[in-house]
Ligand binder design. Structure first.
Ligand SMILES: C[S@@+](CC[C@H](N)C(=O)[O-])C[C@H]1O[C@@H](n2cnc3c(N)ncnc32)[C@H](O)[C@@H]1O
Length: 283
């Protein structure tokens, strides 16, 4: 595990989070009016949330966290980014939806929060590539879940790494290699702008092009890496699902818009999954 690389990611995410939220209109009003940023895919895997004690791991600026809380869960959101947590707390106050937000490296949080207290640990949409040590993460998740508690993951598919920035199959496979990390000098990008309004909770606002001054580090985990780490942590795998589209995020300019703020690979691309989901239960 590399806390040093995580701290660099914290700086890069602070810049990116400010840029992302600059596109998002009246998010508090959207949530107050009953709006939700959750997609049917995670709702189906999460099941009934009423009264559930839930941690939203790497919650960013808290839009999904508050949408979970609005469905009756008692929610803690955890993220390493100062700006994300500050934004999430403000959004909670302004929307009137209660949730607890904690700024922490997810590894530290999983190691130090009370054991066996949670019904659900939820991780979604671009969270796992920021983890430098998947087996330690999975053991931490198992540690905080109560008996019968579940890990629910909805994540973008690592097969998307086959494509270059333009959405063409690239020959540079396995960018990070097993367990290795990839450094992006241009840092976390403005994928909210690229997604043409499919991501913001409120009305989409155009801004100046964003340049992130802070590089970032990512890890490339296969679906097998994730399933294996979770199973070895002692959680029982209940579901593994793949979907042939990406919720909200337009990764490549040639992606095709589908209903419900989803994007499919270009018509001439191989029919590959763009997202996967996993549910695992603690005995
Ligand atoms: C793509 S965002 C996740 C989006 C999130 N699912 C949501 O609901 O908006 C990735 C998040 O991971 C956070 N992150 C990256 N490394 C982390 C770490 N080591 N500990 C905690 N959070 C981390 C970033 O700050 C960022 O907010």
């Amino acid at each position: 595990m590399s806390h040093e690389l995580h701290q660099q990611n914290r700086r890069s995410w602070n810049h990116a989070t400010r840029a992302h939220n600059a596109h998002k209109g009246d998010q508090a009003g959207f949530l107050r009016a009953g709006g939700s940023t959750l997609f049917p895919e995670e709702l189906e895997l999460l099941g009934d949330l009423h009264g559930k004690r839930l941690v939203h791991l790497q919650c960013n600026a808290g839009q999904d966290t508050l949408s979970l809380a609005a469905r009756g869960a008692q929610v803690i959101g955890v993220d390493i980014s100062d700006d994300a947590i500050e934004f999430a707390r403000t959004l909670s106050r302004d929307s009137g939806i209660a949730a607890t937000f904690e700024r922490a490296d997810v590894f530290d949080w999983l190691a130090s929060s009370p054991a066996a207290q949670l019904d659900i640990a939820f991780s979604s949409y671009g969270a796992l590539p920021w983890l430098s040590d998947l087996p330690t993460w999975a053991r931490g998740v198992a540690r905080v879940l109560a008996s019968g508690g579940r890990l629910v993951v909805v994540e973008f598919h690592p097969l998307l790494n086959l494509f270059d920035d333009e959405g063409r199959i690239t020959s540079q496979l396995a960018k990070g290699g097993k367990g290795g990390h990839i450094t992006w000098d241009k840092g976390v990008g403005d994928y909210v702008a690229a997604s043409e309004g499919a991501l913001p909770a409120g009305e989409h606002v155009e801004t100046q092009p964003f340049v992130n001054p802070e590089p970032c580090h990512e890890w490339e985990w296969s679906v097998a890496d994730v399933v294996d780490a979770v199973a070895r942590a002692g959680l029982r795998i209940q579901r593994v699902v793949e979907w042939p589209y990406s919720n909200g995020c337009k990764f490549f300019p040639n992606m095709v818009a589908l209903d419900g703020k989803r994007w499919a690979l270009a018509a001439d691309a191989p029919k590959l999954p763009c997202m996967y989901g996993l549910v695992a239960e603690r005995a």
